[in-house]
Design a protein around this ligand. Structure first.
Ligand SMILES: Nc1ncnc2c1ncn2[C@@H]1O[C@H](COP(=O)(O)OP(=O)(O)OP(=O)(O)O)[C@@H](O)[C@H]1O
Length: 495
């Protein structure tokens, strides 16, 4: 996704109030909570917080005192007080000493709380934008251009075709050749292949090898959102277009103007949304939710799916007219189990990158370990291999050679005949009290939660339950991930 959620820190010595506020804010913000000033300062030191909301009365200190410290040490953070009773003098004192942005009086209303926090986050963004502009003004135009061009080169280098690792005689050579041939032309490209085969990597390579390389590349996972949210993400909305639309939002199609939009998991969008997307692609115009005005867009569309769209069309679940709009050229990425010649060079690259990232020496794999890795069917494809390499390096404890004994039990135990035997949705993840309910019987909120829970499970499994890595993949802090695991009562099962 292009945007990440703002982080809000709540400080209150009453656990119940913290819990109530967290429940309301959790949908829209990454919420951290602290029971006292000391805990709050620790979180502010460790995390990138945008807004602090503090209760005024706390044992041994006051909200204003805490926020005066915040103002001094983290001046960018927007500061809000919640208080049972405030008179004009309190407010003037708070503004003078701690630069309080707003006072919220108890009892507060959930909608007001959300609105205040949305405004506070906008203020934070405006402050940052002002700082950026001031910085840009200070830098000469020439040095700014030099820095930007270095950054662009770096990004392009990261997504050049040689970032795609492939061994001798790998089927990926043919895919890369095709990609290089279609990249310069403005035709839509559909990437198909199992999860983790590199569809997003190829989409980026396509963009950075195209004439649009200097313009934005914007990615959206279309399978993860309900229709209205997806529509607002992609096409934008006007303030008030629906409950919760508290400000205008520029959609991703507009953000990608002149560049490329990557629509991941396109096979998962609903039939109703397929009609909307088709109209946009046919007309070359988007209409943000809540407006009557269309805006022209100049965007190359690259879509990806791990579903069989031919089958989906035959089943009547995917519109053929949309398919033909998306699949100007189709590039099929074979699963890793069909290209064992890629395993050795991938391991080499992954060991090099992981060792550099962790600041440790690069170990070697024994031939037997490599042969075992080449046998294993890799249901999670390259993503699963990357996780295995990370695990190996961390648990290898600095040993210069790593053998079969160091591999994960499931990989150690795999034989060549097992390819394809791993069920796609096999899960080592369990909630303490599993309840199975059919989707149709659930509310939208429950279905979104069910989906969130499923994504958490899948990611943790892919990462071998390495929570730091899972948090990174999900763009969450470790604390945020732990909270979600607690909320869904998820834990790793044995084996
Ligand atoms: N051939 C390759 N060379 C180097 N890295 C690769 C290769 N294929 C995949 N990767 C890496 O593996 C990880 C997963 O790839 P990517 O996210 O592109 O897969 P995907 O097919 O888009 O997965 P999903 O369908 O789950 O979104 C990424 O870190 C990507 O850079």
């Amino acid at each position: 996704m292009a945007d990440s959620r703002p982080t809000v820190l709540l400080v209150d010595d009453e656990p119940l109030s913290l819990e109530t506020m967290t429940r309301i804010l959790d949908e829209r913000f990454d919420v951290r909570s602290a029971l006292d000033a000391e805990q709050a300062e620790r979180i502010l030191t460790e995390e990138w917080v945008q807004v602090v909301v503090s209760d005024q009365r706390m044992p041994g200190t006051t909200g204003v005192e805490l926020l005066a410290i915040v103002r001094e040490r983290w001046p960018d953070v927007v500061r809000i007080i919640i208080s049972g009773y405030t008179d004009a003098e309190d407010i003037i004192d708070g503004i003078n000493r701690a630069g309080i942005y707003q006072y919220i009086t108890k009892p507060w209303h959930p909608e007001n709380l959300l609105l205040t926090l949305d405004n506070a986050c906008r203020l934070y963004q405006l402050q940052r934008e002002n700082e950026r502009l001031a910085l840009e003004n200070r830098m000469s135009a020439a040095s700014l251009e030099r820095r930007l061009s270095q950054q662009r080169k770096q990004v392009r280098r990261n997504f050049r075709l040689d970032a795609v690792v492939r061994g001798p005689n790998s089927p990926l050579h043919a895919v890369c050749d095709q990609l290089a041939r279609v990249a310069p032309y403005d035709i839509p490209v559909l990437l198909t292949g199992e999860s983790g085969t590199g569809k997003e990597l190829f989409a980026r390579a396509l963009h950075y090898n195209s004439l649009r390389a200097e313009r934005p590349f914007v990615a959206e996972n279309c399978g993860a959102l309900p229709d209205q949210l997806l529509e607002s993400e992609l096409f934008g909305h006007r303030r008030g277009a629906f409950t919760g639309a508290v400000a205008d939002r520029v959609g991703l199609f507009e953000q990608a103007d002149g560049g490329t939009i990557f629509l991941d998991e396109i096979g998962d969008v609903s039939p109703a949304f397929q009609v909307k997307l088709l109209r946009v692609l046919q007309e070359g115009e988007i209409r943000p939710l809540g407006t009557n005005q269309s805006r022209r867009i100049d965007v190359r569309v690259v879509a990806a799916t791990n579903r069989d769209l031919d089958q989906a069309m035959a089943d009547g679940c995917f519109r053929p007219d949309l398919y033909y709009r998306l699949a100007g050229v189709t590039l099929q990425l074979p699963p890793l189990r069909e290209r064992p010649m890629d395993i050795a060079p991938l391991c080499e690259r992954l060991i090099e990158n992981t060792a550099a990232a962790f600041g440790i020496a690069q170990p070697e794999l024994t031939e037997a370990a490599l042969a075992q890795l080449e046998h294993y069917p890799w249901p999670g494809n390259v993503r699963e291999l990357a996780n295995e390499i990370q695990r190996l390096l961390v648990l290898g404890n600095g040993r210069p050679r790593l053998g079969v004994d160091e591999l994960s039990p499931r990989i150690r135990g795999a034989s060549a005949g097992e390819a394809g035997m791993v069920p796609p949705n096999a899960s080592s993840c369990a909630a303490q009290d599993e309840v199975t309910v059919t989707a149709a019987a659930l509310s939208l909120k429950d279905r979104v939660e069910q989906l969130e829970r499923q994504i958490l499970c899948e990611t943790l499994e892919q990462c071998g339950w390495n929570k730091s890595r899972a948090a990174q993949m999900l763009d969450l802090s470790r604390v945020g991930l732990n909270k979600k695991l607690e909320r869904y009562r998820l834990k790793q099962t044995a084996g």
